[in-house]
Design a protein around this ligand. Structure first.
Ligand code: CP3
Length: 343
């Protein structure tokens, strides 16, 4: 698999490409299947239909890797916080964790209630072409904690950061509970058949450097160490969005993962300079460039000029596909990267 080889910095015939949120609303085929399922969460809980939408971007865009169709929020959902996805409002939890008493709400063994995810993985791995990788994933403890504390998405993360500075032990407690679940959740995904793992820390950038290392990154490292102890062969990708201001910290910390995801707000040139010897880099086209073919092509060229067409790079967006991006441009994106990086 070209994608897996690239994660391990082996030579590949071209730079592999896949797109964060490649399965989603910008595809009419996705919207049709979601309507059949009822709503987004029902779709996640239906392995046959989740398998179908996982494979759509492989058939339509010809990406080098498929990413499991699910959501990072199924973990807090199965820890006992009721979850709804409201139209145009995003995710909302019925209960949130704000004080020491609320901790009791959190159930353990959430990973045992996620058979619908493992069934999607085994179905998908059986149907996916042998040369394409299947990526499993989870949210990082810090990002999941923000949803559990805020009860929904946030622009300021006030409740989460207030907890960090006024009651850090409570936050540590939540992060430890999440970390324990996520280790076993990812292990179960590997047993079901995923070829690589990605940990999304979408709200890493909400924290200053010191707080992020202590309350964010250290827990990701603990998860990566746990996985690598048994599954040293499975590549791990970490995407801490918004940490471009302190990349040098990650160059000097001990860490046990293979690929560092670079967001669109971070300079790829700096990332290569600071982290390129230590990690394979994944990224980082600004998704909005896909609105316009010329903007897209010049963005591709800039990234390829920096990363070169040698090993050490996986092409991706710097964050997820947006619901109204034109499919035809996304198809062309995959073709262009393949043509321009052919060795
Ligand atoms: O194609 C893929 O990337 C695979 C599936 C996937 C989804 N979510 C499907 C989804 C993955 C890997 C995720 C990760 C995820 N979910 C993250 C981390 C990555 C990132 O984007 O930063 C986060 C923060 C979430 C939480 C989440 N899920 C939010 C905030 C929302 C609502 C916002 C939105 O885009 O609607 C979701 C819903 C969601 N997850 C959708 C999809 C396809 C849209 C649901 C729909 O069909 O209406």
């Amino acid at each position: 698999m070209i994608f897996i080889d690239a994660c391990k910095r082996k030579d590949t015939p071209y730079t592999p490409i896949w797109l964060m949120r490649q399965a989603g609303r910008y595809l009419s085929e996705y919207r049709e299947v979601r309507a059949k399922a009822g709503n987004f969460l029902d779709l996640c809980k239906n392995p046959a239909l989740s398998c179908e939408v996982t494979l759509q971007p492989i058939d339509i865009l010809d990406c080098d890797a498929a990413i499991l169709f699910s959501d990072i929020l199924v973990i807090p959902l199965e820890m006992g916080l009721g979850l709804n996805f409201l139209k145009n409002e995003g995710p909302k939890f019925e209960t949130c964790i704000r004080n020491n008493n609320d901790l009791g709400i959190l159930q353990t063994n959430a990973y045992k209630k996620l058979d619908y995810v493992y069934d999607t993985i085994s179905l998908t791995r059986a149907k996916l072409s042998k040369d394409k990788a299947l990526i499993g994933f989870c949210g990082a403890p810090w990002t999941l904690a923000t949803y559990m504390i805020e009860g929904q998405g946030s622009k300021t993360y006030t409740h989460s950061k207030k907890m960090l500075y006024t009651n850090p032990n409570l936050l540590r407690n939540i992060l430890e509970k999440l970390t324990n679940e996520l280790k076993l959740y990812l292990e179960s995904q590997i047993k079901a058949g995923v070829d690589a793992i990605m940990i999304f820390d979408s709200w890493a950038g909400a924290l200053e450097e010191k707080a992020y290392i202590e309350f964010g990154f250290n827990y990701i490292n603990e998860i990566a160490d746990y996985i690598k102890k048994t599954y040293s062969n499975i590549p791990i990708i970490v995407f801490p969005k918004g940490v471009g201001g302190f990349l040098d910290r990650f160059a000097n910390l001990n860490s046990n993962f293979d690929v560092f995801g670079i967001d669109w707000g971070t300079s790829m040139k700096n990332a290569k300079h600071i982290l390129g010897d230590k990690f394979v880099l994944q990224g980082n086209l600004e998704p909005c460039r896909i609105y316009d073919m010329e903007a897209m092509e010049s963005g591709i060229d800039d990234i390829i000029n920096i990363m070169g067409n040698t090993s050490g790079h996986i092409f991706n967006l710097g964050h997820g596909m947006l619901p109204d991006l034109p499919v035809s441009n996304a198809i062309r994106l995959v073709q262009l990267v393949r043509e321009k990086t052919k060795r």
